[in-house]
Design a protein around this ligand. Structure first.
Ligand SMILES: Nc1ncnc2c1ncn2[C@@H]1O[C@H](COP(=O)(O)OP(=O)(O)OP(=O)(O)O)[C@@H](O)[C@H]1O
Length: 473
């Protein structure tokens, strides 16, 4: 197996790695770093927790130490928390260089960001929306000398999910030099491979780990089959059991909406669990503060939406619970990848209701693994069922009395405005679409009823015909 020196890193960088316990390159590092150091574009696809960040940070620092000038490297990433994490890796590994990095993400002060950008940092780590805003609104910085463009979680940046980055990416690409190295990394590149290849140029080097499965071997993947109405009781019982048995374990619970995230947090607090939440309706400072408290194990349980599904590297996380079964295998892979990182063990437990069984089958097919049942003592769950459901209802009522829904509406409107859309027109369009859809549904129903009636009529007619024939015979 190669060591970092033989891959082309200078002694100072090898020493920096050692200080962080990074002694031997992982497969993605061993394979991608030489190509990057040779100046090639690179697409790297490796499992969660396999060291993809260092696979691009180390070669960038190596090149920067040889030729430092201007804004040297731009890293784009889908979430704000991830931007801070990546910037920290640059800061720690690049300390001997006196590296100046700057983080450009939404929810933080734009003026101080503009000042930092105009001071020509070596590395900019950004979420696309906020960086595009800076490009649109000021000309106090230049990215024309960029040597490296890195898209971390590249497939997420290109897909048109609930946050669509494509327009912002266009703005950003517009100010970057054509001559640059482009590096794209993710644990799930394959769906968007062709698009990604077109962003990278010069025959990119492509490396994908050859493993059979798409999740790590150290991860024990489980499921619990539960009726929808008993799901929360199963979750409370599960957390109680896990925290009783392992008081040093940290747990992340993923759920599908901000509102659910809020309600579950309130509900688990009723049961005195040390819970904290992370979702996109929280103020950014609160998001960072909560994540920091979870990382420092001040709170052992984090309830989050998919804003925390990708990239976050928190070694103490031993368990991931999916409160809802993810609708896409890709989301499942990233969520459960928050545990069992860098060779450690971990457990994932997915709560599966009667409506989600087909989703589990698709997940199993795509990840090429079989989820095993997690044994639960049903009697114990039934004992707490009424108490849990009552607590949930009370929390729902409490939340309804706050301005949470109103804030959500305002947030939606803000998002639409940022996308250049008129919220009122959009609402009208949505209502019209809904009307058309319901008309279509009614029309379809009518036709079906008619066909059904005709069929019945024919069935009744047929024996009559036979009778008639008989009669004439
Ligand atoms: N060569 C190495 N030896 C040991 N640990 C390493 C090595 N390289 C990176 N690590 C550590 O492994 C952990 C996971 O790395 P990283 O966050 O880069 O994973 P990733 O592949 O980007 O995962 P994800 O797909 O979830 O974003 C980090 O704590 C990092 O410090």
């Amino acid at each position: 197996m190669a060591d970092f020196s033989s891959l082309g890193l200078s002694d100072w960088l090898v020493q920096q790695c050692k200080q962080l316990g990074i002694n031997k390159p992982t497969a993605v590092q061993e394979n991608c770093m030489p190509a990057i150091l040779q100046g090639r574009d690179c697409l790297g696809c490796a499992k969660t927790g396999s060291g993809k960040t260092a696979a691009f940070v180390l070669p960038v620092l190596q090149k920067l130490s040889e030729e430092p000038y201007g804004i040297f490297c731009l890293v784009l990433t889908p979430t704000r928390e991830l931007a801070y994490q990546i910037a920290e890796q640059f800061r720690v590994l690049g300390k001997p260089l006196g590296l100046r990095e700057c983080i450009i993400v939404g929810g933080m002060d734009m003026v101080s960001q503009a000042v930092e950008l105009s001071n020509q940092p070596h590395v900019v780590v950004a979420t696309p929306g906020r960086l595009a805003d800076h490009i649109r609104s000021s000309n106090t910085f230049s990215m024309s000398k960029i040597q490296f463009l890195i898209l971390d979680e590249a497939d997420r940046l290109l897909e048109q999910g609930c946050t669509d980055f494509t327009k912002d990416l266009e703005v950003i690409m517009g100010i970057l030099p054509a001559k640059r190295q482009t590096l794209l990394f993710s644990a799930t590149l394959t769906d968007t491979l062709q698009e990604l290849k077109s962003i990278a140029m010069n025959e990119p080097f492509f490396w994908e780990s050859t493993s059979e499965t798409r999740t790590v071997e150290e991860l024990d993947q489980r499921y619990i089959l539960t009726p929808e109405k008993v799901k929360d009781a199963y979750m409370v019982h599960l957390i109680q059991t896990l925290t009783d048995q392992h008081d040093d374990w940290s747990i992340i619970i993923f759920t599908n909406t901000c509102k659910n995230c809020q309600i579950l947090t309130m509900m688990l607090r009723e049961f005195n669990f040390p819970v904290i939440s992370l979702h996109s309706m929280m103020k950014q400072k609160q998001r960072f503060a909560n994540l920091a408290k979870f990382k420092a194990s001040v709170y052992k349980i984090l309830i989050a939406t998919d804003v925390a599904a990708r990239g976050l590297d928190i070694p103490t996380v031993q368990v991931v619970i999916n409160h809802n079964t993810p609708g896409l295998p890709k989301i499942y892979i990233h969520r459960v990848g928050r545990t069992a990182r860098a060779g450690r063990n971990g457990v994932s437990i997915t709560l599966v209701t009667q409506y989600d069984i087909h989703l589990v089958h698709v997940i199993e097919q795509q990840t090429k693994t079989k989820l095993k049942e997690y044994p639960v003592e049903e009697k114990a769950v039934l004992k707490i069922l009424t108490q849990v459901n009552m607590a949930r209802r009370q929390c729902e009522i409490k939340l309804e009395s706050t301005d949470f829904d109103e804030k959500r509406e305002i947030n939606k409107r803000k998002q639409l405005i940022l996308q250049g859309k008129d919220p009122d027109l959009e609402a009208k369009r949505k209502a019209e679409l809904e009307k058309i859809r319901s008309q279509k549904k009614k029309f379809k129903q009518k036709i079906q009823e008619q066909v059904q009636r005709q069929k019945c009529g024919q069935l009744k007619k047929k024996p009559m015909k036979r009778q008639h024939v008989k009669a004439t015979e």
